[in-house]
Design a protein around this ligand. Structure first.
Ligand SMILES: Cc1ncc(COP(=O)(O)O)c(C=O)c1O
Length: 395
């Protein structure tokens, strides 16, 4: 049988690809594998969330289909959460009708794009990009237009350059902040400028805020988009409960936009999942309602890891440079000018037993970078990571 050329031509999932480099290998006790490849919390979800889930499991509706756009109470609670954290006066600019619950943020992106774009349309992605965004666009026949980010600007994209890339086919610009892969937390002014551009040009601004809870200053609003009365006509916010509440395997995320968008999103979601898993929606709801303090503890833990990583890299005997760093990730420039990042990442996996992702998995011109998901490992391992990087020279 013939397979869909759009899917065939899309890159293979990078995390799966990197995992295959170390699959079936045994690691010696004095050089165990350090896996900083995938962004997944290294700790379990909170005890109270787990207890709540076991209770919900016993209830009959949990095994039934739910509303396509999600549990009404979760939609309402997430809307209130956004109003409280993104609008200065806690003004109710976001309502439950604006919130759709999805089986994870990757699904939220996929369905948002399906609702916005037809094959042949264009979407602007800053590079380095989040590979699942690029893959989702490829598979749907949507052209990716790369917006290169500058290392000198710590990989923060420029709205003026984006403006010059907009054509009659452009449907959306995507921002990821805090960013994957760079960890960079975009200043509110940057996001506001992209929003103004989207509004002026009539395209959508999609903001993936999967790591919003891990910002350095969580009390500050990440941007002012939701304070504009017309925000829903121009912006789409995406969120994941995977990282903040350590629920990655339960698959629950959110897509926030206009009622008109959700009318179309309902059609797509009804075909791809009917509803997000009920148990997961209850876990997310419980998390939002009761686990702010737990979440804050984990955020603090992440910054202790970040500080330890930065200090360790400063003492590394080879010249690795932190190009950008923030929530969850560091984007490291490696010192080997004549080697590409895939070669370096492979040889680090093969001989130093450190699993990283090469910058080349995140788009064009990323040969000099490695993504380190430092959030995955304990802070006392950071000197060991730097020591192994220091000892390692690719063949
Ligand atoms: C930017 C970004 N968006 C979405 C996701 C996926 O989130 P979810 O597990 O909710 O599908 C990730 C996971 O790594 C991510 O980094």
């Amino acid at each position: 049988m013939l397979l869909n050329r759009l899917v065939c031509n899309t890159e293979f999932p990078p995390v799966t690809e990197a995992a295959s480099w170390v699959k079936d290998r045994a690691f010696p006790a004095d050089l165990p594998l350090i896996d900083v490849s995938q962004a997944v919390p290294g700790y379990p979800t909170s005890g109270p969330i787990l207890t709540h889930m076991t209770e919900v499991l016993q209830q009959a509706p949990t095994s039934k289909y739910g509303h396509v756009l999600g549990l009404p109470e979760l939609r309402e609670t997430y809307a209130q959460h956004l109003n409280a954290h993104y609008t200065e006066s806690n003004s109710a600019s976001i309502s439950a009708d604006n919130v759709a619950i999805t089986a994870g943020c990757n699904q939220a992106f996929y369905v948002a794009v399906a609702a916005l774009c037809a094959p042949g349309d264009q979407v602007i992605l800053p590079t380095p990009w989040y590979f699942n965004h690029k893959m989702s666009l490829d598979m749907q026949g949507i052209e990716t237009i790369a917006l290169p980010c500058d290392a000198e600007q710590q990989m923060i994209p420029d709205a003026e350059i984006a403006n010059s890339l907009i054509t009659a086919k452009t449907r959306a610009i995507v921002l990821v902040s805090p960013n994957n892969p760079t960890g960079q937390i975009y200043p509110p002014e940057t996001i506001n400028a992209f929003y103004a551009l989207a509004k002026k040009t009539g395209i959508a601004l999609i903001i993936d805020e999967t790591y919003a809870d891990f910002r350095q200053q969580p009390q500050q609003a990440p941007h002012r988009v939701f304070t504009d009365a017309d925000w829903a006509d121009h912006a789409i916010h995406l969120y994941s409960f995977s990282k903040a509440y350590a629920l990655a395997g339960y698959r629950v995320g959110a897509l926030v936009g206009s009622r008109q968008l959700h009318h179309e999103v309902t059609k797509v979601l009804d075909c791809v999942s009917i509803c997000a898993p009920q148990i997961s929606q209850h876990a997310a709801l419980y998390g939002l309602q009761h686990e702010a303090a737990w979440k804050e503890q984990k955020r603090t833990l992440m910054y202790a890891r970040a500080a330890a990583f930065r200090e360790a890299i400063e003492h590394c005997s080879k010249n690795y440079q932190i190009t950008a760093m923030g929530a969850y990730f560091a984007y490291l420039q490696h010192p080997f000018e004549n080697s590409d990042s895939t070669t370096i990442a492979r040889s680090l996996a093969d001989t130093a037993n450190i699993l990283t992702l090469p910058g080349q998995m995140f788009g064009e011109n990323q040969q000099r970078y490695l993504r380190i998901a430092f959030a995955n490992v304990d802070q006392n391992l950071m000197p060991e990571i730097a020591a192994r990087l220091g000892r390692h020279t690719p063949a």
